[in-house]
Write a protein that binds this ligand. Structure first.
Ligand SMILES: N[C@@H](CCC(=O)N[C@@H](CS)C(=O)NCC(=O)O)C(=O)O
Length: 213
């Protein structure tokens, strides 16, 4: 039987993406917390898992994988019997991947812990920085979603996808930075639709064993 380990952190949005993906696919896994506030991500043990010193890392049968979107691809490939994260149709898949990257490349890296820590700004200045980049990316993402009809409320098309797995954690981060979500009705609708799934609810930060509330 295959074994899957997720190295993550309760509040990490990239870890949250992967928790959602694993739960959506019904893949059992062991969760190993890496405490980002204590700097465990920079330990030799963790750098061997993820050379960037980031979470998540996923270990499948002893083999390590990094980058949440690459992990999504891996899970679709290894578990074809489970619901897909990315469409098999190339055009829709490209649009889904682009929307995921709007979040994973265009928003989240700019408000990551280590980036905020390097800014010569006070707490209010850092918050304004994060709000700016989240709002900029959400404006683009809202347009991307508006171009994709959905009868069910999911982000792109009628089924849950990788895009929803990226939106839920990014809204969680947006709320932490008090971003006004009113201009993004399609993103909020996707967030609420995905949030009603048990798999998504169970992946919430506050439900993880390392949560400190
Ligand atoms: N592109 C990476 C991003 C990973 C990432 O930024 N992880 C953050 C938490 S969400 C992290 O580990 N930060 C630790 C640090 O900045 O020291 C992915 O999608 O997996």
């Amino acid at each position: 039987m295959s074994s899957t380990i997720l190295y993550g952190y309760w509040r990490s949005s990239a870890s949250y993406r992967v928790r959602i993906a694993l739960a959506w696919k019904g893949i059992a896994y062991t969760y190993v917390p890496v405490n980002l506030l204590d700097g465990e991500q920079r330990s030799e043990a963790h750098l061997a898992r993820n050379p960037m010193g980031y979470v998540p890392a996923v270990e499948v049968d002893g083999e390590l994988f990094t980058e949440s979107l690459a992990i999504f691809e891996l899970l679709d490939g290894l578990h074809p019997e489970t619901p897909r994260l990315f469409s098999a149709e190339p055009r829709r898949r490209a649009r889904q991947l682009a929307a995921c990257h709007t979040i994973a490349s265009g928003i989240q890296p700019l408000q990551n812990l280590s980036v905020l820590g390097k800014l010569p700004l006070d707490a209010e200045g850092k918050k304004a920085w994060a709000q700016h980049f989240i709002s900029h990316g959400f404006t683009a993402l809202e347009r991307q979603l508006q171009a994709e009809p959905s009868a069910t409320g999911f982000a792109m098309g009628d089924a849950f996808s990788a895009v929803d797995a990226c939106i839920v954690p990014q809204i969680y981060a947006a709320k932490r930075f008090d971003v006004d979500l009113a201009p993004y009705p399609r993103i909020v609708r996707a967030y609420e639709t995905a949030g009603s799934l048990a798999a998504v609810a169970g992946a919430a930060p506050e439900r993880q064993i390392d949560a400190k509330l």
